[in-house]
Design a protein around this ligand. Structure first.
Ligand SMILES: [Zn+2]
Length: 179
């Protein structure tokens, strides 16, 4: 995995570059939580489920199907209060889907671990992207506060945080110009 903070940074960026008032703070926070949620699968290590299992780490919770399902369910929950029209529903659903699926994509750009099971349950194959600049993050707190952890933070600032910040600023400038 990349660190959970960086996953949330990507979701935050997606929310900020989608030019819609429908992406409220609540929706934005939901997206950030969904971007971190797939790594809840680390509990499967404790349950004795092997990494390479479809139910293991970077398995089903990192798949497109999971992202589709959970983003739709959470959009439905918002819909009960917000009474979205079809366009608003689609915008929120798309944002939550992007937030969730960005997790697996970021993991597929890391240097270590097994690949990501994007197509589980239809295929158990694990994938990496051809471009993998992100150092894999240690699993567990004790490992995180180490020189490895520091190297990961530096790498993620360079390859995730700074590009995200640039993207947000560029979109803001573009929106200002077109208004
Ligand atoms: Zn992950």
């Amino acid at each position: 995995m990349a660190t959970i903070i960086s996953h949330a940074v990507v979701a935050l960026t997606a929310g900020k570059v989608i030019p819609s008032k429908i992406i409220t703070t609540q929706v934005l926070i939901a997206g950030m939580i969904l971007s971190m949620l797939p790594d809840a699968d680390v509990i499967t290590f404790g349950l004795g489920i092997p990494y390479e299992s479809p139910l293991g780490h970077r398995g089903i919770t990192h798949s497109f199907l999971f992202a589709l399902a959970i983003s739709f369910i959470i959009t439905m929950l918002f819909q009960r209060k917000q009474r979205y029209d079809i366009k608003a529903f689609a915008t929120v659903n798309l944002f939550l889907f992007i937030s969730t699926v960005s997790h697996g994509i970021l993991d597929a750009m890391t240097t270590g671990g097994l690949g990501v099971g994007f197509f589980i349950p239809f295929s158990d194959q694990r994938f990496f992207l051809p471009y993998r600049p992100v150092l894999v993050s240690p699993i567990g707190f004790e490992n995180f506060f180490s020189s490895w952890g520091m190297a990961v933070i530096k790498c993620e600032i360079k390859y995730i945080w700074i590009p995200c910040a640039i993207l947000i600023v560029a979109c803001r400038l573009l929106i200002k110009r077109t208004h």
